[in-house]
Design a protein around this ligand. Structure first.
Ligand SMILES: [Mg+2]
Length: 332
């Protein structure tokens, strides 16, 4: 049996149980966007870590070092946002080939600094080392949150509505355009920017976490087809998603029509949008949507409903069930 036979989640399922008995009461480990370590009865630290490997997560010739620096921090900050927490600081470990120009590393750190200052998240430590060939970046972010506000994947309840805080599919379309060398200007370069410089929804996450009517939350990193599956498994509920309600940008619609791409596959399976995916109490839909719009000047998009039943997702298009391919799976 090879790693590709079991995939990323099969691998996690093999080793995670080994460590379960070592986790003391009150601590929460593998299984959510962040681990949770209580500081006292009121507050907890949340911690997440993400790895970016050259030729797996990025192609050096297609991404500017400044963009890569930004993105390396953004993907971890997005996990902090998904718990509803406030970032405290980051740790960066980076392995670099020795022939890399110093100008490249300067620009990488400029990009990392751009987002650090935007989100008031200082770099607190890390490690640097030589790599034989490829660039490897690992970022850990620590956040802080009041215990009563922590949102988990396991909180969804039958009857909840499913919502997202932004467009889906732009990042995946951006990547396609980058790989086709078509991301030079206008709409195409804007989509490429969504892929290279995602903006984590930290303020949105903090506000949503303060609402008791928000039940479950995570960020969209692998595509909602995979990510929503995680919420349903953790919450032991069933989801119905209405494809015609998915928020897709005019940019995505335009390039998909021009190139004959399936918008729904990009919006559900593409991943790396780093918006928040959440479930809310149906009775509070209008209040939450109105307040969200007032605070953030954009819509909270309702895309489906949580139901009782098997922990998986039904994809509906104008009330008819349709088949969709799955989200991104490392080693798969
Ligand atoms: Mg995540």
């Amino acid at each position: 049996m090879k790693l590709s036979d079991i995939g990323e989640f099969g691998l996690i399922e093999r080793f995670a149980p080994l460590f379960k008995h070592l986790i003391p009461e009150g601590l929460e480990g593998i299984g959510d966007d962040c681990a949770i370590i209580p500081i006292n009865a009121e507050e907890s630290l949340v911690i997440t870590t993400d790895l970016l490997v050259e030729d797996v997560h990025f192609l050096k010739e297609h991404i500017l070092p400044r963009e890569l620096g930004w993105k390396s921090l953004a993907v971890s900050l997005s996990d902090i946002a998904s718990m509803g927490a406030t970032p405290v600081g980051s740790f960066l470990s980076i392995a670099l080939p020795e022939n890399i120009p110093v100008a490249w590393t300067d620009e990488f750190f400029n990009g990392y600094h751009d987002l650090s200052s935007k989100e008031s998240t200082p770099l607190l430590g890390g490690d640097t080392t030589k790599s034989p060939d490829k660039i490897v970046v690992n970022v850990t972010v620590v956040g802080k949150i009041l215990n009563k506000y922590i949102k988990r994947r396991s909180g969804a309840k039958p009857g909840d509505l499913i919502a997202v805080t932004g467009y889906l599919g732009d990042s995946a379309a951006g990547l396609k355009l980058i790989l086709l060398d078509m991301a030079k200007e206008g709409v195409s370069s804007a989509l490429a920017r969504s892929h290279h410089m995602p903006v984590p929804h930290i303020k949105e996450g903090k506000w949503l976490s303060s609402l008791a009517e928000v039940h479950a939350m995570m960020d969209v990193s692998d595509g909602i087809s995979s990510d929503l599956d995680h919420i349903m498994k953790a919450s032991n509920c069933h989801a119905e998603v209405w494809l015609e309600k998915l928020p897709v940008s005019d940019h995505l619609t335009k390039v998909s029509l021009e190139n004959g791409w399936d918008i729904y596959s990009l919006a559900t399976g593409g991943g790396e949008d780093y918006v928040l995916l959440l479930t809310i109490d149906k009775n509070m839909e209008q209040e939450i949507k109105n307040e969200f719009f007032k605070l953030f000047g954009k819509e909270l998009y309702i895309i489906g409903e949580v139901k009782e039943g098997l922990p998986c997702v039904d994809w509906m298009l104008n009330d008819e069930k349709v088949d969709l391919c799955k989200g991104f799976n490392h080693f798969g």
